[in-house]
Ligand binder design. Structure first.
Ligand SMILES: [Cu+2]
Length: 148
């Protein structure tokens, strides 16, 4: 009796989101702001259907920051984004190692599975619209990779 009920509930939880998101890929809008501590940022992630724009609830998002211009230089551990406020909104607190352009790789699982990459500029560069001075000399040449 007790076991039977549990199995049905679990099956329903898996089946519903699968049907809702079949065939549609997710898209993420990311907005980060300083969290009050140096190099710590509060990032809001809006996860939605790429075509429908419908918020995607109940997803698990692992956020891994890295610097495209400095391969292998950083090893920031991935952070799990937690659901926040409105449906489809998630929050992650990032502890970065320097200012500049970071690529946030988001591994999405749950109702949809995908890997999304968003580039975000942190620090002086962001404030000055991307033309601020670099913090590191090594950052002189910036690779612009388009990921799609
Ligand atoms: Cu760097």
């Amino acid at each position: 009796m007790h076991i039977g009920k549990t199995v049905i509930a679990a099956a329903a939880m898996v089946a519903l989101p699968m049907m809702a998101w079949a065939g549609e890929r997710p898209k993420a809008n990311v907005a980060c702001k300083e969290a009050g501590e140096r190099l710590v940022y509060d990032c809001m992630i809006m996860l939605m259907g790429k075509k429908s724009g419908k918020p995607i609830e109940g997803a698990e998002i692992m956020v891994k920051p890295d610097m495209p211009s400095m391969p292998m230089a950083h090893n920031v551990p991935p952070v799990k984004a937690m659901p926040m406020g409105k449906p489809g909104n998630y929050h992650a607190k990032l502890h970065l190692e320097m200012h500049g352009e970071w690529a946030l790789t988001m591994d999405v699982s749950g109702p949809v599975r995908d890997r999304l990459v968003e580039k975000v500029k942190f620090g002086d560069m962001a404030a000055e619209g991307g033309h601020g001075k670099m913090e590191h000399g090594e950052h002189g040449k910036m690779k612009m990779e388009k990921k799609n």
